[in-house]
Design a protein around this ligand. Sequence first.
Ligand code: TRP
Length: 340
Amino acid sequence: METVNHQRPRVLTGIKTTGTPHLGNYVGAIRPAIEASRDSRRESFFFLADYHGIIQCQQPELLQQSTLEIAATWLALGLDPTEVVFYRQSDVPEIMELSWILSCVCAKGLMNRSHAYKAAVADNEAAGEDPDFGINMGLFSYPVLMAADILMFNATQVPVGRDQLQHIEMARDIAQRFNHVYGDCFELPEALIEDSVAVLAGLDGRKMSKSYNNTIPLFLPEKKLQKTINKIKTNLLEPGEPKQLDDSALFPIWRAFATSEQSDYMREQFAAGIAWGQAKKELFELINDHLREPRQRYQQLLESGTQIESILQQGAERARAAAAPFLDQIRQAIGIRSIA
Ligand code: TRP
C-alpha cells in the first residue's frame, strides 16, 4: 500500500476535555501551540479528545461543559479555525474504527508497560486493593486510541508535554507493527517536546498542576484573579529588603507574561526590595491587561454554544474529508473489503 505524502508536514495535537485551563497550561501548551499554528509551512490539526475524556469523567454535564470551555478557550486566545483543522474527536467516527483495527495489531504486553496504567496499579497495591481496582479498559487502551488519533491523519509531528512521550513512542510501535503485517501505510510520528517553554510554578511554589490544587485558572473574573494572585506564597522579607528572583513563584510568572524590558524592570524592583504586596499588585495588572480581551471573547463564546458547535462541525467535515478515504485504504489493506 502506498504511503500518503503530504506537501506540508502535519502537526497534530489533542486536548483532553477535562478540567479548567490554568496559566500553566496557557504558557506551557496553549500559547506555543497557537503561535506554531500560524506557521504556514506546516498543516495543523487540533482536536478535543472527548473520547479520552470519558475514561476519567463519567458525568455527562461536566464533560459537555468542559468541551465547551476548552473549545472557547482556544478560540478566544486566537486559534484560527480556518487555518487549523479544529475538531472534536467524537465527530470523526473513522478514528474509533481505526482504534479497533490498531488494537488488533497492538501487543497487550506493550499496554502493560504504559506509565499511566502502571501508576494506577501501583496506587491500588499501595492501598491494599486488587491491582485492577477501578481501572477500566479505556484507561488500559488509552495509548491505542491516541495512536489512532495520530495515525488517522498520518501526522508526523506531535507537540506534547514530556509526560506524553511514551504514548507517542507507542504510536510509533503500533504503526510499525501494522506496516510490518500489512505493508507500509502509516508514517511514523515523532513527539515535538519544547523544553524551552516555561513550566510555571503554582501558588505554593510546586509545578502548577490541577493535581496539586495550586493553579491560577486562566479566565477568572478580574476580582478573583487578583485574590488568587495574592495567594502566591512568599517569604517574610519586609519592604525594602532585597528579594531573590526564586524566592517565590511570582517572578517566573511575571517573566512569562512580560516583555524583556518589563522583566528587567521587575528584576530591579526585586533587588531594590519591592514589597511583596506591591509586586503582586503589579503582577495582577500585567496578567489582567494581557487577558482582558481574550477573557471578553471567552465570555461571549461561552454564551454562544451554537457558534462553537458550528465551528467544530466545519472542522469535523475537513477532518473527515482526510480520514474517510484513508480509512477505506486501510480497510482494503487488512481484507475488510467487498467480496463481490
Ligand atoms: N493524551 C494527551 C494528554 O493527556 C491528549 C491526547 C489525546 C493527544 N490524543 C492525542 C495528544 C493525540 C497528542 C496526540 O495531554
